[in-house]
Design a protein around this ligand. Structure first.
Ligand SMILES: [Zn+2]
Length: 317
């Protein structure tokens, strides 16, 4: 499903936050200089040993008056507090933007969460959205969480969403998992953030068994719809997907599930829709699962796999 672009609605993005962080770090430098301390931890007790009590502190050669000592202590407390605030903010920032963890040992956990996907021999594939010549992707450095509304799940299809998600995770190398059920009703006007239901951050991908009465796009021969919303949080950087939906036509797929090989065919429909969710478009090649009509294919074709591998190796954001 080609969903409308939700572009640049957030302007308080990484670039601006980075500038603010640098500004705070520069202020910290100035505070250090003002306090005469070489680093904000200078008030920690000196390590025991031959160098304990070394005289590298400014003004160590002259006895300090009580007033000077109090003033110096006050300035250092300010510097230490500022440093803690900056470390806290930058730690949150790194964690939020890149999935990194800032600890006393430095930055760790950089990079993708899943293994690099195998693109195979390649073939026809197309991307739902591109930005500056590159496919729009989910970040491979963030978990891609999926919730399922099973209210209308047809008999005999249990576990198929999980299997389809696992197949897409394998083909993309994205850390994509079903994290649970939900009673969120399917809607073509879905909010991208739902803090009351899902907490802070972007809402998870929603897979829902539903009907053409609820989702009019499922009318006629259409058995599923899938897609994702892309945003550019900085307002200038490349867009990335942040959440998406897959609608499954429960009555139609209940009929399909009852046919011979029904489970494999229904699973293939879900994989096709999840292919849209992670960023594939249709191709005009019947050997691919991303062909607009399913003629009995039950797994991704060579072009699908190359496209999925590319979609799983987008930038870390
Ligand atoms: Zn499709």
């Amino acid at each position: 499903m080609a969903r409308g672009r939700i572009a640049d609605r957030l302007t308080f993005g990484p670039a601006r936050r980075r500038r603010q962080m640098l500004r705070r770090l520069r202020e910290l430098d100035r505070l250090d200089a003002a306090a005469g301390a070489s680093n904000p931890w200078a008030d920690l007790p000196p390590a025991p040993g031959p160098y304990a009590g070394s005289s590298r502190r400014a003004g160590a050669g002259r006895p300090l008056s009580e007033v000077e000592r109090r003033e110096r202590r006050r300035r250092r407390s300010v510097a230490v507090l500022t440093a803690l605030v900056v470390l806290g903010i930058s730690g949150l920032y790194l964690h939020d933007e890149y999935g990194l963890t800032l600890s006393r040992d430095g930055v760790s956990g950089f990079g993708r969460l899943g293994p690099l996907p195998d693109p195979g021999d390649g073939g026809a594939h197309a991307f739902a959205q591109t930005d500056q010549g590159q496919p729009v992707t989910y970040s491979p450095c963030r978990p891609l969480e999926v919730v399922v509304n099973r209210g209308l799940e047809p008999p005999g299809t249990d576990g198929l969403v999980e299997e389809a998600v696992a197949r897409v995770a394998e083909a993309t190398g994205l850390q994509m998992t079903v994290v649970g059920g939900t009673d969120e009703p399917p809607s073509d006007d879905r909010e991208l953030r739902q803090p009351v239901r899902y907490g802070a951050g972007w809402a998870p991908v929603l897979v829902a068994w539903t009907t053409p009465e609820v989702i009019p796009g499922l009318a006629g021969d259409v058995v599923g719809l899938g897609g994702s919303a892309a945003v550019s949080e900085s307002g200038i950087g490349l867009r990335r997907y942040v959440t998406g939906t897959a609608w499954l036509d429960a009555p139609a797929l209940a009929d399909l599930a009852a046919e011979p090989q029904g489970r494999a065919l229904v699973r293939a429909v879900i994989m096709h829709e999840l292919g849209h969710v992670v960023g594939l478009d249709h191709v005009d090649d019947r050997r691919e699962l991303m062909y607009a009509e399913n003629g009995g294919a039950i797994d991704f074709g060579p072009g699908d796999l190359e496209g999925l591998a590319r979609l799983g190796t987008g930038p870390c954001r």
